[in-house]
Design a protein around this ligand. Structure first.
Ligand code: ASP
Length: 329
């Protein structure tokens, strides 16, 4: 068990759960079953930080929030997680030593908002929601996004690396080589999709993107249809991993459209991974993973390589599940 996972499990002990009677089941690891079905409300999110994020989302629903409130509250938790080096301002910086953030949010009726290449904002997911709700646009980037944040009353954080990120950046500078590396610490975006008891869906996605990326690089996470897509008529999908490969296949949109044509969420995720593999020669160096739910609350998950996991929360519990993958361990 990784230290991170152990930490999350330990930190959950004693946390108030939305269903007290299943508290001991909360952090139990599971293997992915071929079809995970059908209990709503349901929240699904990427990686092990999905456990506390799901909890925050469920708490929001329980407190009377909408599914949109829930997916925002959920990933805000991760945006503050100082152990997470690829979400929030504590994330690893780009080549110039500057941390830039991407985020998107979407509701099942087709509303969406996103921010890309934004600096100094602690909660880019909330800024993405403001773009959706308060502007005629879908996406704001860079300095414009920061100006909009100021106008909306967001405070600007001091631009300095978190202690952990600073240590890692100093190590990286010794060689200054950028090569995407397949492991959990380098692909840690949180993508969250959820459905409430009435069948309304929403999703959120937030990241500091690839470590040591070129300044100005934007990944899949803020791009509607790549890192996130939600349609109440069909289902929702989100992605993590090497953003360029996900953008090239419109990964999340592809999965929702495959479900619209009759594929199960699992089949749709597997097809997206197959498509991604077929478009990339250097597949040994590429990790990507997808999550999906349909409007019945059936879930799917699939990755290129082993190592991807996700958290699933229903009223029966909040569990971490190891995803199946195209390449086997
Ligand atoms: N998808 C993110 C990006 O390419 C990276 C990640 O999932 O960690 O920016």
């Amino acid at each position: 068990m990784s230290q991170r996972r152990k930490f999350i499990k330990q930190s959950l002990i004693g946390t108030a759960l939305f269903i007290p009677s299943i508290s001991t089941a909360c952090a139990a690891d599971e293997k992915q079953k071929s079809s995970e079905s059908g209990e709503i409300p349901l929240i699904l999110s990427t990686w092990n930080h999905g456990l506390p994020a799901n909890q925050a989302a469920m708490d929001s629903l329980t407190a009377g929030g909408t599914i949109l409130d829930a997916v925002e509250a959920g990933v805000r938790d991760t945006e503050l997680d100082m152990d997470n080096l690829s979400v929030g301002l504590q994330g690893l910086p780009d080549r110039e030593g500057i941390t830039t953030l991407d985020a998107s949010i979407m509701t099942g009726d087709g509303n969406c908002g996103s921010v890309a290449f934004v600096r100094q904002i602690k909660h880019p997911i909330s800024l993405a929601r403001r773009v959706m709700e308060k502007t005629p646009h879908v996406m704001l980037a860079g300095e414009g996004a920061r100006q909009f944040a100021i106008a909306e009353g967001f405070s600007l954080e001091k631009e300095e690396l978190s202690p952990k990120a600073a240590i890692e950046y100093e190590k990286w500078k010794k060689t200054s080589q950028y090569k995407p590396i397949i492991n959990i610490e380098n692909h840690d975006t949180i993508g969250m999709i959820g459905i409430d008891a009435n069948g309304n869906m929403a999703g959120s996605c937030t990241t500091s993107g690839l470590a040591y990326k070129m300044h100005g690089r934007v990944g899949d996470s803020p791009i509607i249809g790549a890192g996130l897509y939600v349609d109440n008529e069909v289902g929702a999908a989100t992605a993590t991993g090497l953003g360029e490969t996900i953008i090239k296949i419109c990964g999340s949109f592809l999965i929702v459209e495959l479900m619209r044509q009759g594929r199960t969420p699992q089949e749709a995720c597997e097809e997206a991974v197959r498509r991604l593999i077929s478009k990339n020669k250097n597949i040994n160096d590429i990790q990507a993973g997808f999550l999906a739910i349909n409007k019945e609350g059936v879930t799917g998950a699939f990755a290129v390589h082993p190592g991807f996991n996700f958290a699933k929360a229903t009223q029966s519990g909040n569990v971490l599940i190891d995803s199946n993958s195209h390449f086997k361990p």
